[in-house]
Design a protein around this ligand. Structure first.
Ligand code: NAD
Ligand code: ZN
Length: 379
């Protein structure tokens, strides 16, 4: 089959690889029809991880069931399904509690929790930027889509990651109706966090970035854009909130945070969030901070040890929630919001490309070229 393979830093190629196939009786084989490029793919693409060349990337997948293993009972060939980027077993302690991003059985290393497709450090599972994807524990991981699956495919594919991830960030921040919210990062994830806050009834949502195209997109859904190339973002948030700071905050950048001049400081957004959120406010963090042993060897090396101002955080009595999104915990409800016309996350898509053009999609998205907000590939 054709697939997008990681061959090294900034080297991804569409090539022939062995076909994905059923390996376990609980597996489902999905013919992929839509698969997104994610900001998380860029950690691998930019060489910030220790991913070995040869991995098929792609963890934001949707398609049609092609074949099912003997033990699969819930889905059948022909069903249209969306796949959470995390692979859960459904029966470990964490999966039972809805914490599927921290599944205790799927990752082959018993010291690890959580598994995902096409991801450094998250197990050997190939991704779906390919013609076919093997889905372990298919009954648990396949989200069946309703009769409008084809018409709304661009919306439903966002259920694989960024819509639930943005939503998760607002839940980590314990956002309540009427709260004000500030989101750092207007990439796809930050835009989905701001959108989720709007849907859940935030009184005022602000988003910080410096890319005019991304800020304009946010403005179109009623979010207040804050351009940090035009002045201190903290001051701008305080001005918007009567000097107190926002009730809640979302971190949607991660360890690749930098200033508008390109100077990297992995702690920048966390420290700015502490300053931008009021005393006793809550902060959700979905931007990725990789542990040290997952970093690449080159000059882009970053780790989880950041210069975070714990003193100020403590003094303000704030709370923080972190981690990968438990996509499975949210995606049925979010699917139903889409089905009922109450959510339409496809508004962030800028480009739809055939899989054969994936390399150029990666280049443009990685460069944050003007207008390249979210790329969907069609194998
Ligand atoms: P992205 O790289 O497209 O977006 C990041 C945005 O942050 C960019 O627009 C960039 O200009 C902006 N930015 C950089 N420094 C900034 C700063 N100091 N202040 C404000 N904005 C700044 O990526 P994305 O797809 O939106 O993903 C964002 C993060 O979320 C990544 O770290 C990604 O790996 C992570 N992620 C986490 C999960 C999860 O489950 N927790 C899921 C998906 C993605
Ligand atoms: Zn993703």
């Amino acid at each position: 089959m054709k697939a997008l393979v990681y061959d090294g830093p900034r080297e991804v190629h569409v090539k022939d690889v062995p076909d994905a196939r059923i390996e376990q009786p609980t597996d489902v084989l999905v013919k992929i029809t839509s698969t997104n490029i994610c900001g998380s793919d860029l950690h691998m693409y930019e060489g910030r991880t220790d991913l070995e060349p040869g991995m098929v990337l792609g963890h934001e997948n949707l398609g049609i069931v092609a074949e099912v293993g003997k033990a699969v009972v819930k889905v059948s060939p022909g069903d249209r399904v969306c796949l959470p980027f995390n692979i859960g077993c459904g029966f470990c302690r964490n999966c039972e509690e809805g914490l599927t991003a921290f599944c205790l059985t799927v990752h082959p290393d018993p010291k690890m929790a959580g598994a995902a497709y096409g991801f450094a450090g998250m197990g050997p599972f190939w991704g779906g930027q390919a013609e076919y994807l093997r889905v372990p524990f298919g009954d648990f991981n396949c989200l069946r889509l309703p009769e409008d699956a084809q018409d709304k495919e661009a919306d439903y594919v966002m259920l694989s990651d960024i819509f639930p991830t943005g939503w998760h960030c607002t839940r980590l921040a314990d956002m309540q109706p009427g709260d004000s919210m500030v989101v750092y990062g207007a990439g796809p994830v930050g835009l989905m966090a701001a959108y989720s806050a709007m849907i859940q009834g935030a009184s005022k949502v602000m988003i910080v970035d410096r890319h005019p195209d991304r800020l304009e997109l946010a403005e179109q859904i009623g979010v207040i854009p804050i351009d940090d190339s035009k002045g201190d973002p903290v001051e701008q948030v305080l001005e918007q909130t009567g000097g107190q700071g926002a009730d809640k905050g979302c971190e949607c950048v991660g360890y690749q945070a930098h200033d508008p001049q390109g100077h990297e400081d992995a702690a920048m957004t966390m420290n700015r969030l502490v300053d931008s959120v009021r005393f006793t406010g809550h902060i959700g963090v979905v931007g990725i901070f990789l542990p040290q042993d997952q970093n690449g060897p080159d000059e882009l090396e970053r780790n989880g040890k950041i210069a975070f101002d714990m003193g100020k955080f403590w003094f303000k009595g704030q709370k923080v929630g972190t981690g990968q999104a438990n996509v499975k915990h949210y995606n049925r409800q979010l699917r139903d919001l889409i089905h009922q016309g109450r959510a339409k996350p496809s508004w962030i898509i800028s480009h739809e490309l055939p899989l054969a053009e994936a390399e150029s999609g990666y280049q443009h998205f990685d460069a944050r070229d003007d207008g390249w907000t979210k790329v969907v590939l069609h194998p």
